[in-house]
Design a protein around this ligand. Structure first.
Ligand SMILES: CC(C)(COP(=O)(O)OP(=O)(O)OC[C@H]1O[C@@H](n2cnc3c(N)ncnc32)[C@H](O)[C@@H]1OP(=O)(O)O)[C@@H](O)C(=O)NCCC(=O)NCCS
Length: 330
């Protein structure tokens, strides 16, 4: 089968206006700006307004990506929406976005892989384009994590924020850059390292699950930290191995979870920190949304321009535990 080379034709993002700073959090839980900055690098995060849902943020990010790509909504064949915080269990939030955008020819689904969701979604979308089954695919990462945050738990509520990012995938000859080269996905089962236990078939919603806080995100921070550092470095190394190695690597755009994790991975890889994009200080961990938000910011600030012809590695890890990357040539 002849595969059609795929590429990224446009980038979009949407960040809610409301800022929740470390100083705001000092008033809510027993923490300090200094502790949060030292352990995570985070200064503030964005929080969706009352009445603002994942589908709203996703729609705005997707609209921006379509404009950037010069692709009309009715040219989209498929919408893949990665999220751990959909509007509801079903129908899929992707279908709401399809309606809001007017993607009259598209079908779509939600993808559940937590922080790895966007990276998995791009791989899925790229296969449709490569196979010639779709001419244009929207891949969205969106979260309203504030809705499942326990604001009495200082070990989690300081980390996470809300936001959305999106890309449009097309055949490479139309995208004009950002050729999709490769992808990888994996899992290292460790179910309760990061989990929202309530509301599924294992623990259906009940008074008891609500009283127990089972509908909030729960996490073992240290376990996740160690996993992330180890996996991050391995994935970056693996991603470039067959594409010219580290010499060809222009930038790593990692899932934004913690500045210390990014620095530890850079050190492990022996690469300068300048080769790793980070905006975690502004938005915290926005799970599936963090990489497309970062890519849009890089695009807007012209940071990809000097990297033309080089590799960009987008690498993620999260609940599951799950991990993966996708690689493009800028
Ligand atoms: C959560 C995280 C920042 C905690 O940092 P850490 O250096 O591992 O801190 P520890 O969990 O060892 O806790 C150290 C101490 O700080 C305390 N502490 C925890 N959160 C705190 C907070 N917000 N403010 C002040 N103190 C806090 C702990 O209670 C502990 O106190 P103790 O020593 O008296 O028991 C870090 O583990 C992390 O970032 N992990 C990865 C999490 C992540 O990104 N998950 C998402 C995956 S996609």
């Amino acid at each position: 089968m002849n595969l059609v080379p795929a590429g990224i034709a446009g980038f979009g993002s949407c960040l809610p206006e409301r800022r929740l700073t470390n100083f705001d959090l000092e008033k809510i839980v027993d923490t300090t700006d200094e502790w949060i900055q030292q352990r995570t690098g985070i200064r503030e995060r964005r929080i969706a307004a009352d009445g603002e849902f994942s589908s709203d943020l996703a729609t705005r990010a997707a609209r921006m990506a379509l404009e950037d790509a010069g692709v009309a909504p009715d040219e989209i064949d498929l919408v893949v929406l990665a999220t751990a915080t959909p509007d509801q269990q079903f129908p899929a939030t992707a279908v709401q976005v399809i309606e809001s955008l007017g993607c009259t020819r598209a079908g779509g689904w939600d993808l559940s892989a937590a922080c790895s969701g966007f990276v998995f979604g791009v791989q899925a979308g790229a296969q449709y384009v490569r196979a010639g089954t779709a001419r244009a695919v929207l891949v969205i990462g969106v979260e309203t994590l504030s809705r499942i945050m326990d604001y009495t738990d200082r070990t989690t509520c300081i980390l996470f924020g809300d936001g959305a990012g999106a890309v449009v995938l097309t055949p490479h000859e139309r995208s004009g850059g950002f050729e999709y080269l490769d992808g990888f996905l994996g899992s290292a089962p460790d179910h309760d390292a990061i989990i929202r236990p309530g509301g599924g078939s294992r623990k259906p919603a009940s008074h008891a699950t609500v009283d127990n806080g089972d509908h909030f995100l729960k996490m073992d921070g240290r376990r996740t930290f160690k996993f992330a550092v180890r996996t991050f470095a391995d994935l970056v190394e693996r991603s470039v191995a067959e594409h010219g190695g580290f010499d060809q690597l222009g930038v790593v755009v990692p899932h934004q979870m913690n500045q210390r994790i990014i620095e530890a991975a850079a050190e492990r890889l022996g690469l300068p920190i300048e080769r790793f994009f980070s905006n975690v200080h502004k938005y915290g961990n926005t799970s599936a949304a963090s990489i497309p938000i970062a890519m849009r910011e890089m695009r807007e600030d012209g940071l990809f321009t000097p990297l033309a012809g080089k590799l960009a590695c987008m690498v993620a890890f999260g609940s599951g535990l799950s991990f993966g990357y996708f690689l493009v040539r800028v």
